[in-house]
Design a protein around this ligand. Structure first.
Ligand code: ASP
Ligand code: MG
Length: 406
């Protein structure tokens, strides 16, 4: 029988009413003759609320215990969903991540899956049950409960789809697909019918909050087709698949942004071999994720090195950079936490030229200053001042004529 994984996001199961609606949707799929495995997130803002509770006790809650706490959100969803399905006379059973053999490493709050079970699921499917699995959680070899990082239920869904050889992994959300830009920022943004894994991966990493980037990576590696669609409307949403010829014709498929950036500049660093290695080596050893890096041209044997990090790492990064300034004999450093990043993404960039120029032109026309630039084969990102990020997104979206495409 054909097997399908249906993943429901927190917003789609926020209330008992919403849960009932979702249960109907699942029952419908089951009635069409599919074997159905469901993955659910914690209802609504429950994960945020649980984190807030822990932080009301201490700013730095113990991570093992935090995982213990956060895993309860998804456990509520699965039980309620099974109750809802059974009330419709649809046989169902709920399992936690550990129960179905999702084994992870011991990196609490951002664990990686190292092994997937699945036997328990197969057995229940053979008995004709809909199987509901808690997203976001697993356990270590030592049976310690872990979570996979914020948004991690998406990863649970893709990992299960892979392990069970599912035909497709569907993501039911409160949005009906992937858009050319955040529709809250660009009213006329278009829904994409198709997008490649690589583009989705860049979009997810560069600010689009549609899917957890690690889930897209996993899907790409295992060639699992993904479908992002609405939990309330029947229409098809956006298919995420391998790159097809058709996609090449489209130069840009989306504009994304984040405001979660901060910029640090180390001033007047001696310009000699080994300096960058020392700076970024130190930051890496302190587990800081660096994004864009720019080194100015050297003048009088010194140079400025700028880089961006996420805002929540700024205080920590400042401490490290302060020490580095001393050690390297630099003049000092500057920190700017009011920056944001705007990016254009498209596999078509591989074969079309002029994309960067058009993007810079769009920003220039609005008088938006570009502070830093970074590019890859299929994306261009610009660091701009935080307060102009949305305007930048709209200008670029318009430049590439991405409005009302369908
Ligand atoms: N409930 C978790 C979170 O809010 C996992 C998820 O929803 O994917 O991050
Ligand atoms: Mg989520």
């Amino acid at each position: 029988m054909k097997l399908i994984v249906m993943k429901f996001g927190g917003a789609t199961v926020a209330t008992p009413e919403a849960m009932k609606q979702v249960a109907h949707r699942i029952f419908e799929k089951k009635s069409q003759g599919y074997d159905v495995v469901v993955v659910v997130s914690a209802p609504g803002d429950m994960t945020d609320d649980l984190i807030a509770k822990a932080k009301a006790i201490t700013e730095t809650p113990d991570e093992r215990e935090l995982d213990m706490l956060l895993a309860t959100g998804e456990q509520q969803s699965i039980a309620l969903m099974a109750i809802a399905l059974k009330s419709l006379d649809c046989d169902a059973i709920s399992f936690t991540g550990p129960q179905v053999g999702i084994v992870t490493d011991d990196a609490h709050t951002k664990a990686r899956i190292v092994k997937m079970g699945g036997e328990k699921i197969q057995k229940a499917l053979h008995l004709g049950k809909v199987v509901i699995v808690a997203g976001f959680q697993g356990e270590t070899e030592e049976e310690e409960i872990t979570t996979l990082g914020r948004g991690g239920s998406d990863l649970t869904a893709v990992a299960l789809a892979t392990a069970l050889n599912a035909e497709i992994c569907e993501f039911y959300k409160d949005v009906d697909g992937v858009y050319t830009a955040d529709p809250r920022v660009v009213k006329s943004a278009s829904k994409l019918s198709y997008i490649s894994y690589d583009e989705m991966l860049e979009m997810a990493s560069l600010g689009a909050q549609v899917l957890f980037n690690r889930s897209v990576e996993f899907a790409k590696k295992n060639k699992i087709a993904l479908h992002v669609r609405s939990s309330t409307k029947p229409d098809t949403g956006t298919m995420i698949t391998e790159e097809v010829k058709l996609m090449e014709g489209v130069v840009v498929s989306g504009v994304t942004y984040t405001k979660n950036e901060a910029k640090l500049t180390i001033l007047w660093v001696p310009d000699r071999p080994g300096i960058a290695a020392k700076v970024f080596g130190r930051l890496a050893s302190e587990d800081l994720n660096i994004d864009v890096i720019v080194q100015d041209v050297s003048e009088d044997g010194t140079t400025n090195i700028s880089f961006t990090i996420s805002k929540q790492d700024l205080t920590r990064a400042k401490g490290i950079v302060e020490k580095l300034v001393q050690e390297l004999g630099a003049k000092g450093f500057q920190a700017d936490e009011h920056v944001g990043k705007v990016s254009v993404i498209g596999v078509g960039m591989r074969t079309h030229s002029g994309v960067a120029a058009a993007m810079f032109e769009a920003l220039a026309e609005k008088g938006i200053n570009i502070q830093m630039i970074s590019t890859s084969e299929i994306k261009i990102s610009c660091i701009v001042s935080e307060e102009r990020v949305e305007e930048a997104v709209r200008a670029i979206h318009e430049k590439f004529k991405l409005s009302n495409l369908t």
